[in-house]
Design a protein around this ligand. Structure first.
Ligand code: ADP
Length: 162
């Protein structure tokens, strides 16, 4: 039987427990998930693509059902290249919906065979985004309950307290 593969694309700058929650729940539905780190935000990112991939790897700790990769350009092209049909995305709030709805519709327009599967955020993480994590960490706030230990450590190195 053909394996059910999903592509989980995003910036992951850096990975948080919100991302990991969607990944773990996604693994209940798919045989394999390819985490695809977007390289086209490199200029505005805090972490390089290499660092983001490394931090994801440390958070997952060798699960052969998970592949960590990077992609640039159109997501539909990448999905086709890895022979997948589904894209996995998380939804936090109404504000996510508008953008996600547009992206999923556009992608489906570009490739009729591709579908986007949305999972609702867990109640513990609905307020959590990489952007807020970076903001809190930059002011020396504690993010221990929200990101894996390696991410917390790396954030402290990026934002040393003066
Ligand atoms: P992007 O920069 O493309 O929005 P992100 O790295 O922010 O990508 O997120 C990748 C995916 O993970 C998105 O679908 C996003 O909605 C989801 N996600 C991020 N944080 C959470 C969270 N706290 N709960 C659920 N889904 C989340």
């Amino acid at each position: 039987m053909k394996q059910k593969i999903a592509v989980y694309p995003g910036s992951f700058d850096p990975i948080t427990f919100g991302h990991l929650d969607i990944l773990m729940r996604g693994l209940e539905l798919f045989d394999k998930i390819i985490i695809a780190v977007a390289s086209n935000i490199e200029k505005n990112a805090l972490f390089s693509v290499g660092e983001r991939m490394e931090l994801i790897g440390l958070a997952i700790d060798h699960d052969e059902r998970v592949i960590i990769d990077t992609f640039g350009g159109l997501l539909v092209d990448y999905v086709k290249k890895v022979d997948a049909r589904c894209v996995l995305r998380g939804l936090r709030a109404m504000s996510d919906f508008e953008y996600e709805f547009q992206m999923a519709s556009m992608n489906r327009n570009l490739n009729k065979e591709m579908d986007t599967i949305f999972m609702m955020t867990s109640k513990d993480y609905f307020f959590l985004s990489s952007r807020t994590i970076k903001e809190v960490a930059s002011f020396g706030g504690c993010v221990r309950d929200l990101v894996p230990p390696a991410v917390e450590k790396r954030l402290k190195e990026k934002f040393p307290l003066k």
